[in-house]
Design a protein around this ligand. Structure first.
Ligand code: SIN
Length: 250
């Protein structure tokens, strides 16, 4: 039996699973991360479900126009990253104003490539002798609409102790190291998917939700801090998460 890789883009970043051997940081291409998965087991209760993250694929984003406004506010917003917007909440700006800055929104969306959308996260290597136990652990932890998928993870930084194992990892056309890795996603057709939802609405729900694993805000705050720390050059900063934290801070 060979070892396995599992990707974390949500709680798995700031609350690592047990039994992993190495952790590398990097990106998933062709996805966006949103708090659009309703959850009634960890940070909330069935009577008052909170929010956890899931991923939307480029294919789903292209084929469902209901997601386009949100794409314009964040991933397609050329103003993001400018210092004034980075410190203010993007949610304070009307989405129509942001969309107007984009010459031809539909054309931009039609021509979006996987390389244009990146989600920063981590990948954990699990040694062969722990694979079964890890799968069982994750299947319990990642319930409530998440299903198991396999995607490419582009590796950006490798700790010294993981260098040996990385020699076995292939490179893509651009010469980047990539791992074929397991990932848990709440796809847009699962019962707990609630997107699209405005940052204001999501923030209000996160602010008031609390479950067996703790306050929903703690999940958001820990995730945002952990994502910031993934890249020393600040490329991992996620403006959607930053906005949510600003709006949901108690
Ligand atoms: C993940 O972290 O990769 C999945 C979503 C979550 O458990 O928060």
């Amino acid at each position: 039996m060979s070892g396995m890789w599992v990707i974390g883009y949500g709680s798995l970043i700031f609350k690592p699973p047990p039994l992993y051997q190495y952790r590398v940081t990097g990106t998933l291409k062709g996805y966006i991360r949103r708090f659009w998965q309703s959850s009634s087991d960890h940070r909330d209760t069935p009577e008052s479900p909170g929010r956890v993250v899931t991923l939307m694929s480029l294919k789903d984003l292209k084929s469902h126009s209901r997601f386009h406004n949100d794409l314009c506010t964040y991933e397609l917003n050329p103003k993001l990253g400018e210092s004034n917007v980075a410190t203010d909440s993007v949610a304070d700006l009307p989405a129509s104003a942001l969309a107007n800055d984009i010459h031809d929104v539909q054309h931009k969306i039609d021509t979006l490539q996987e390389d244009d959308l990146k989600v920063w996260g981590v990948a954990y290597y699990v040694a062969p002798e722990h694979v079964d136990e890890m799968k069982a652990y994750l299947d319990v932890r990642e319930q409530d609409g998440y299903t198991l998928h396999k995607v490419k993870f582009h590796v950006h930084s490798i700790p010294e102790d993981a260098k040996r194992i990385m020699r076995e990892i292939p490179r893509d056309e651009a010469g980047d190291l990539f791992i074929e890795s397991f990932i848990y996603i709440g796809t847009i057709d699962n019962e707990s998917f609630v997107g699209p939802e405005s940052v204001e609405d999501t923030a209000a729900i996160i602010k008031s939700s609390h479950g067996p694993s703790g306050p929903n805000f703690e999940y958001l705050n820990e995730l945002t801090k952990a994502v910031r720390a993934l890249d020393p050059d600040c490329r991992s900063r996620d403006f959607y998460l930053e906005d949510l934290v600003a709006l949901a801070t108690p």
